[in-house]
Design a protein around this ligand. Structure first.
Ligand code: ZN
Ligand code: ZN
Length: 116
């Protein structure tokens, strides 16, 4: 029998992936390639090149968010994570704040971000 080791992605997805598929982006943070791809999306959004296709966490498309929020420009939130960014809708933005607080409290990273 093979035990396959898996570590959690510290990005918004939080999924368990093989350590080989995690990118170290800081002393306490490793993220998966999907989250890294979203970081690139966030950078394009920041530089005004392209709107994000949707929310990274709930995976609702921009069109869905437009319909749900009755606006042509749904608010998207950029969350900094050790120099990287995550693109989240309003609901997920709040959910993620909570998640980060739980995940990092009593860690050096949490301390640094004053989450304790
Ligand atoms: Zn991830
Ligand atoms: Zn969302």
């Amino acid at each position: 029998m093979h035990l396959i080791s898996a570590d959690p992605c510290n990005g918004p997805c939080g999924k368990q992936v093989s350590p080989h598929d995690l990118l170290p982006i800081g002393p306490h943070v490793r993220i998966c390639y999907d989250c890294y791809a979203w970081h690139l999306t966030a950078m394009a959004m920041l530089s005004g090149k392209a709107p994000p296709p949707g929310c990274q966490m709930c995976e609702r498309s921009l069109d869905t968010l437009k319909r749900e929020q009755f606006t042509d420009e749904p608010k998207m939130y950029l969350h900094p994570l050790e120099g990287l960014y995550a693109v989240l809708c309003f609901d997920c933005s709040q959910r993620y704040e909570q998640l980060v607080r739980e995940r990092y409290k009593n860690t050096p990273y949490g301390c640094q971000r004053r989450l304790n």
